[in-house]
Design a protein around this ligand. Structure first.
Ligand code: NDP
Ligand code: A1CAB
Length: 263
């Protein structure tokens, strides 16, 4: 097997779907291992990947660890194998901790996001020299490059990347929900409001990619004395900018805490 995914939860499944949809690795060469065996059997039947047990782990070329950080100390006791490269998506868990608990330098720390499922993840990647020499870093670059954009990032920036980009879909979903709530408050039917909110985020994202600065788009929309500037005034009064900045700061700090917990 080219890859075994250990922990087929929300992210593990998103990666599996993204990878198999793009044919990066044939589904039959991907193993799946999770605490919930029935769920994995289901996913295996649906995707063509193989449900495996701990006994199969030695057959893997590489293992992708997509577990919650809190279970890693216990799982690492049976996960460690010789001659296997590991790729970890666990928030906060450092390369040093991975190396110590897995007993190998062949570790790659990555931080994708749920958009992997549609091939639009932004994934940070780092790893030590041994992971580079063994081809593990190149493997991760190819894998995550196939399900979005891969960025090699110094490890000291990983928690900031996590707090902004990996947690980001949740913040943006809250923005979408709140916009739709505003529309409903002003009389729009809920299905229409939800659809408009989702489309606004997609179209605005595409417009932003064409402009040098988000402020330019904001200025083009806001007419003097018009509706938008009145809305923007309300946003500033509610402290929305500071709130979003604080969300990234809090999530980054939480990443640091999670890392200390698993050392
Ligand atoms: N969700 C996201 O958007 C992102 C998550 N991450 C990181 O990826 C990791 C996974 O996140 P996410 O997918 O959301 O988490 P989930 O809780 O959805 O997935 C973890 C999976 O691991 C399973 N599991 C728990 N204990 C064991 C065990 N002992 N052996 C095998 N499987 C086990 C869980 O089963 P059960 O539910 O039955 O306990 C679950 O299916 C986390 O470390 C997170 O920090 C990184 C980027 C984005
Ligand atoms: O909330 C979390 O801890 C994980 C890491 C980034 C996104 N989800």
């Amino acid at each position: 097997m080219k890859l075994v995914i250990v922990g087929v939860g929300k992210l593990g499944l998103a990666l599996l779907e993204g990878v198999t949809a793009r044919g990066v690795i044939p589904a039959a060469q991907i193993g799946l291992l999770d605490a919930n065996a029935a769920r994995v059997e289901d996913i295996a039947a649906r995707t063509g990947a193989r449900a495996v047990t701990r006994a199969h782990l030695g057959d893997a070329e590489r293992i992708l660890v997509a577990l919650q950080p809190r279970v890693f100390p216990e799982v690492s006791e049976w996960l460690a194998r010789e001659n296997i490269g590991y790729i970890s998506t666990m928030a906060g868990v450092s390369v040093a901790t991975l190396v110590r608990r897995l007993g190998t330098q062949r570790v790659v720390r990555v931080m994708p996001n749920l958009a992997a499922t549609i091939g639009r993840s932004q994934t940070a990647i780092t790893g030590p020299r041994e992971a580079q020499d063994a081809g593990d870093l190149a493997f991760a670059r190819d894998l995550f490059g196939a399900v979005g954009d891969a960025y090699e990032l110094p490890e000291h920036l990983f928690n900031a990347f996590t707090g902004m980009s990996a947690s980001g879909p949740a913040y943006v979903a809250v923005v979408a929900e709140a916009l739709a709530d505003g529309g409903v408050r002003m009389g729009l039917p809920r299905p229409l409001a939800n659809e408009l909110a989702a489309k606004l985020l997609v179209s605005t994202g595409e417009l932003l990619q064409r402009r040098a600065h988000p402020g330019l788009l904001k200025d083009e929309v806001a007419s003097p004395g018009g509706t938008t500037i009145a809305g923007l005034e309300a946003l500033e009064a509610a402290g929305v900018r500071g709130g979003l900045m604080k969300a990234v700061i809090a999530a980054t700090r939480r990443g640091t805490e999670l890392g200390h917990d698993q050392e």
